[in-house]
Design a binder for this molecule. Structure first.
Ligand code: KIV
Length: 254
C-alpha cells in the first residue's frame, strides 16, 4: 500500500487532475483509522461532533477544549489522510484569537483548520495563513449561525446571496485558503464557484459538481437515526444493527 502522507498540496492537485475529493468527518481514534484504511484522503474533526457525539442541539455549544480532546484522539490514528479540525463558535472573533486557537488545534494534531465565513473573517484568515497554518473556508449555510438564521436554509437562490458567495469565495481564495466547503449552496451556484475558483470546493448538500464531497460520517452510516439530512443516502444502517446485536446478546444471557 502507498503510505505517502496526503498534504494540502495533494488535495489541491486532485482538483487539477479532476479527481473527486472524498471527505468525511471523524471524532475519535477508531473512526479516523477506519476511514483512513478505506482510502479517504480528507478527514475532518468537525464541530458537528456537538450534535452527533455530544448531544447538543447545534454546534454553538462546542468549546475549544471539546475540539482539542477529539482532535487528539483522531490524531492518534496517525492517518495518511489530511486531518483537520473546525475552529469552534466564537474561537476566531479577532485575528489574535484566531491564531492562538488555530495553534492550539495544530498542537492537538490538526494539519489544517476550518472556520465559517467569508469577507467578514478575512483578517482572521490572513492571520492564520501568515502563521503558516493551512486554512479551509466554509461558505453557504453556516451552522454556527443557525440560531440567528432560524434554521438550515439553502444559500444562493437570490441574486444578492449569489453575488455574496462569489465575492466571499474569491476573497477566501485570495487570502490563501487551500479549499472551501460549500454547505447547502444551490447546485448551479456551487457549479459556478467550482469552475471559477483555483482551489477545490468541497460540497455538502450542494449538488454533484463540486470538486469533492464531505459528509458527517454518522449520517452516511446511519449512526444518528434521530435526524438524517435530506441530501444524505445512508450506505448502511448501523443503529438498528447495533440494537439488534445488543438485544441478541441480552437474550443469550437467558
Ligand atoms: O462540522 C462539520 O462536520 C463540518 C463538515 C460536515 C463540513 O463542518
Amino acid at each position: 500500500m502507498n503510505q505517502i502522507k496526503i498534504t494540502v498540496d495533494a488535495i489541491r492537485a486532485m482538483k487539477s487532475r479532476g479527481e473527486k475529493i472524498a471527505a468525511l468527518t471523524a471524532y475519535d481514534f477508531p473512526m479516523t483509522k477506519l476511514l483512513d484504511e478505506a482510502g479517504i484522503p480528507f478527514i475532518h474533526v468537525g464541530d458537528s461532533l456537538g450534535m452527533v457525539v455530544l448531544g447538543y442541539p447545534d454546534t454553538t455549544h462546542v468549546t475549544m477544549a471539546d475540539m482539542e480532546h477529539h482532535m487528539r484522539a483522531a490524531a492518534r490514528a496517525q492517518p495518511k489522510a489530511l486531518l483537520g479540525a473546525d475552529m469552534p463558535y466564537r474561537s476566531y472573533e479577532t485575528p489574535a484569537d484566531a491564531v492562538k486557537n488555530a495553534r492550539r488545534l495544530v498542537a492537538a494534531g490538526a494539519e489544517f483548520v476550518k472556520a465559517e465565513g467569508g469577507r467578514g473573517i478575512l483578517e482572521q484568515v490572513r492571520a492564520i495563513v501568515s502563521a503558516g497554518i493551512p486554512f479551509c473556508g466554509h461558505l453557504g449555510m453556516l451552522p454556527q449561525h443557525v440560531v440567528e438564521e432560524g434554521g438550515y436554509h439553502v444559500k444562493g437562490k437570490k441574486e444578492p446571496e449569489h453575488q455574496a458567495l462569489l465575492d466571499d469565495a474569491q476573497a477566501l481564495a485570495d487570502a490563501g485558503a487551500f479549499a472551501i466547503v460549500l454547505e447547502l449552496v444551490t447546485p448551479p451556484v456551487a457549479n459556478e464557484l467550482t469552475k471559477a475558483l483555483p482551489i477545490p470546493t468541497i460540497g455538502i448538500g450542494s449538488g454533484p459538481d463540486c470538486d469533492g464531497q464531505i459528509l458527517v460520517t454518522s449520517d452516511l452510516i446511519g449512526m444518528f437515526p434521530w435526524f438524517t439530512p435530506r441530501f444524505v443516502k445512508p450506505q448502511v444502517n448501523c443503529a438498528p444493527e447495533i440494537k439488534a446485536a445488543v438485544a441478541a446478546w441480552k437474550n443469550s444471557l437467558g
